[in-house]
Design a protein around this ligand. Structure first.
Ligand SMILES: Cc1ncc(COP(=O)(O)O)c(C=O)c1O
Length: 409
């Protein structure tokens, strides 16, 4: 029996025992299962030492725990150890690529394709690169259903000037599940490199980076039930080997003399300074937790919850949910507007009932501009989300309608 079928999945998360808590903000950060907390505590309490250096038993234990976690994290998404680089978060992983790859491969007259549904962390590094190099940004439009139009991608690729295509795997606002393998294939056929932002995908659906085929695939640990301060960059070995390092310092070198430096082999070449050791060990426990459930079951559960949420939200007068209506085309995210209210007021009133949702621009201001709003209210789901929690959300929205006297209009 899977953990999900067992209906006690919430028991794995100590914080969910808090009275009256309805946590619908996993898109911002996921809650942590006890096994992750234990793994972090175990490292700090019993195995703490710096890694890759010491020869005494404690240092060997810490190194083994760190590198063992890297192996499991790599395997979890179908990657390999040399192609799995530890960063601070997804944002740092994207900045690493924008600097180390971007500044050697992108120049004046080149173009970078991105989409209107990107998180700022997959926009601003490319804006900085464009400013530094004179490259041009080309924005793939989001249509009325919250989808991308791949014929526009083909049109952008046609002049041969595109050096990189970057796209989010799952939108953190619309929930759109983008056809990333198809986008990567089209970009590659046109000679462009690709980066996929998997921050909202890896915790929620089976991901095989080999099958997607992107040159770079990034994700962030804290949304995947791991600790904060840990992100992952997967890169294709040839491209990583050809890239200069991002940051310089300890750990990323082979030799340093007064005349020069040679760099460590992958993945350490991109891991300057002391790594987030407890954080990666915690992320290793998080992917074990997800593997224990099975990612197909995780996806199935969240697909069911999302479908139910879309159905129930549609019953609330004045609610507009953004993004695809077909649950096969979306992850577990429902951003919405309630006519006659401001998203911050909605979130605040929901909070009085213990319902935790996010209100704001969700670090996606270009998408807000596309949608013609300044903010939305967003509910986002996780392995532990239940139908009664969706019912609570809908009931609390009824209360918002009462407070704003929306029924009297
Ligand atoms: C789609 C997407 N990409 C990137 C990020 C950035 O993650 P981090 O802040 O952990 O780097 C987020 C976080 O909200 C996100 O939703």
């Amino acid at each position: 029996m899977t953990l999900l079928a067992d209906t006690t999945v919430a028991d794995a998360f100590p914080i969910l025992a808090r009275e009256g808590l309805v946590y619908l903000d996993s898109g911002a950060t996921a809650q942590k299962p006890q096994v992750v907390i234990d793994a972090v505590e175990g490292l700090l309490a019993r195995h703490n030492a710096n890694i890759h250096r010491g020869v005494y038993p404690l240092a060997v234990e810490a190194t083994d725990l760190f590198e063992g976690a890297r192996e499991r994290v790599a395997a979890f998404v179908g990657s390999t150890v040399p192609e799995t680089i530890v960063t601070k978060n997804a944002t740092e992983a994207i900045n690493l690529v924008a600097h180390a790859w971007g500044r050697t491969n992108v120049g004046a007259g080149d173009a970078i394709v991105l989409t209107q549904m990107e998180h700022h962390s997959n926009i601003v590094p490319w804006q900085l690169l464009a400013q530094a190099t004179g490259a041009e940004l080309r924005w793939l439009a989001v249509d009325e259903q919250g989808l991308l139009d791949l014929s526009q991608l083909d049109a952008f690729l046609a002049d041969g000037r595109v050096k990189l295509v970057t796209v989010t795997h799952v939108s953190n606002v619309l929930g759109t599940l983008n056809p990333v393998a198809e986008i990567v294939a089209r970009a590659r056929a046109a000679g462009a490199a690709t980066l996929v932002d998997g921050s909202q995908a890896v915790p929620h659906l089976p991901v095989d980076v080999g099958q997607i085929g992107a040159d770079f695939y990034v994700w962030t640990g804290h949304k995947a039930y791991g600790p904060t301060g840990i992100g992952i960059l997967h890169g294709r070995r040839e491209i990583l080997e050809a890239m200069p390092p991002f940051l310089g310092g300890g750990d990323m070198i082979k030799t340093v003399t007064m005349d020069g430096v040679t760099f460590a082999d992958l993945p350490l070449k991109f891991e300057a300074g002391t790594s987030p050791i407890a954080e990666l060990v915690g992320l290793g426990a998080a992917v074990d937790f997800l593997s224990g459930i099975g990612m197909a079951d995780v996806r199935e559960h969240e697909r069911d919850i999302t479908g139910y949420a879309l159905e129930q939200l549609a019953q609330v007068p004045g609610v507009t949910v953004y993004g695809p209506t077909d649950v096969d085309q979306r992850g577990g995210i429902a951003a919405f507007a309630l006519e006659g209210t401001h998203p911050h007021d909605v979130a605040e009133i929901l909070a009085r009932d213990g319902v935790c949702v996010r209100a704001g621009h969700h670090c996606a201001q270009p998408l807000m501009q596309r949608l013609g709003v300044s903010a939305t209210t967003r509910a986002s789901f996780a392995v532990h989300t239940t139908r009664p929690e969706i019912d609570q959300l809908v009931e609390s929205l009824g209360r918002v309608r009462e407070i704003f006297r929306l029924d009297e209009d």
